[in-house]
Design a protein around this ligand. Sequence first.
Ligand code: 5GP
Ligand code: ZN
Length: 139
Amino acid sequence: MEECIFCKIINGELPSFKVYEDEKVFAFEDINPISQGHTLIIPKRHVENLWEIPEEDLAAVHFASKKIIRAIKDALNPVGVACLQLNGRGVNQVVMHYHLHLIPRASDEPQLPVSSWELKPGDMKEIQQIAEKIVAAIK
Ligand code: 5GP
Ligand code: ZN
């Protein structure tokens, strides 16, 4: 993908703070970090989202996430690490190249906006109906 900034980062056309690379995966620091150690893991093959990603690339990204989250734990001693992955502009996916965010939180950092929301009980009938719709669409 010619204009994709993450493809350019993989190719070295744009600089990045790389933390990990293997045959299928590239990982680097986010330049607008929500917290210290905010890391992005991407497949080398350009694909936009979870609907499109081939299973082998998905597996490779998530296997790498285990390696990197372990390094984040050892290096930064966070109290937790949020994994976030957005699909579609409607949920604020900004870079249209699949990426998994690893967002650690240090004990002295505020709660992460991506992991703190108010719990409000839903309508059980509605939840059941939605679940049935999803079940019927599973292939
Ligand atoms: P999204 O909302 O698509 O899940 O998040 C895209 C992420 O990519 C954002 O957190 C943003 O800071 C990060 N980002 C955007 N452009 C660049 C860039 O050129 N280099 C790096 N390292 N991160 C970027
Ligand atoms: Zn790309």
